[in-house]
Ligand binder design. Structure first.
Ligand code: IPE
Ligand code: IPE
Ligand code: MG
Length: 250
């Protein structure tokens, strides 16, 4: 099988790809298995996607792994997901080191079970000087909550006389959200045929290209990632301008 990789324009790569990894439960159900079987198999897709991004030279990959709304799922499924997180991180840290991958996490991390939090922090600490690719896990993440927290911080700064309301700019918001030092994603992928954002990166996605695929997350691999990148590269990003303007500019 010829790979789609050769069709990718290496001069027009997105530097940041974000993924809503969806469809694990349905994938398992189709196979007559429990939902958690889908989560387990989803970790292979995480590995493949991370590897593909590293090989291509993508700088940032953000993976939506658990939303604050996901705390409302059955206890058994939540526990399984948290344990899967711990075992996957501890098993994969060496590979992250070998491939020069830095791990980061965004979300309400304090709400994670302590074993999970410790494992995560240890991997973040170990990988902090890696440079090739940064993988950002969104865990117990809610974009609305992220904006609320940023607003509180800005409110505090005003209360303490460190700034005035009229000093607030877009940059003030950027500096107070979880993704402070990370550029906005150029491409968002959501698997499993759902066409919604589900409280993910609401600020950061303002001008992101959205790509939806029917593929369920455990079936997503390198070729599916290449397909999404090629689709992205065939789009015209106008940022409010006319087609003529952007064509002249590039
Ligand atoms: C995505 O798959 C994984 C998480 C949200 C943790 P789902 O578990 O949402 O799978 P579906 O959407 O029910 O098929
Ligand atoms: C979004 O998937 C969250 C993650 C992928 C972690 P969900 O499956 O929870 O989203 P909804 O509830 O169907 O919108
Ligand atoms: Mg889902």
């Amino acid at each position: 099988m010829t790979s789609l990789k050769d069709k990718i324009n290496m001069d027009k790569l997105p530097q940041h790809i974000a993924i809503i990894m969806d469809g694990n439960g349905r994938w398992a159900k189709q196979k007559g298995e429990l939902r958690v079987f889908g989560h387990k198999n989803g970790t292979k897709s995480v590995k493949e996607t991370t590897e593909a991004c590293g090989e291509l030279g993508i700088k940032y990959l953000t993976l939506y792994a658990f939303s604050t709304e996901n705390w409302n799922r059955p206890k058994f499924e939540i526990n399984f997901l948290m344990e899967l997180l711990v075992s996957t991180i501890s098993r994969e840290t060496k590979r992250l080191m070998d491939n020069d991958v830095r791990l980061l996490a965004i979300g309400d991390l304090d709400s994670l079970p302590s074993a999970c939090y410790r494992e995560l922090m240890s991997a973040i600490e170990q990988t902090k000087n890696n440079k090739t690719l940064t993988v950002i896990l969104a865990l117990s993440y809610s974009s609305r909550n992220e904006i609320v927290e940023a607003t509180k911080k800005i409110g505090e700064a005003i209360k303490n006389g460190k700034m005035k309301p009229e000093d607030i700019t877009e940059q003030t918001i950027i500096e107070n959200i979880y993704t402070k030092d990370i550029p906005d994603p150029e491409l968002l992928i959501r698997t499993s045929g759902e066409h919604r954002i589900s409280n993910f990166l609401l600020w950061q996605l303002a001008y992101t290209e959205l790509y939806f695929t029917e593929t369920l997350w455990p079936d997503f691999g390198k070729e599916q990632l290449y397909e999404a990148i090629i689709d992205y590269q065939n789009r015209e990003r106008r940022f409010g301008m006319t087609s003529e303007q952007v064509t002249v500019k590039s």
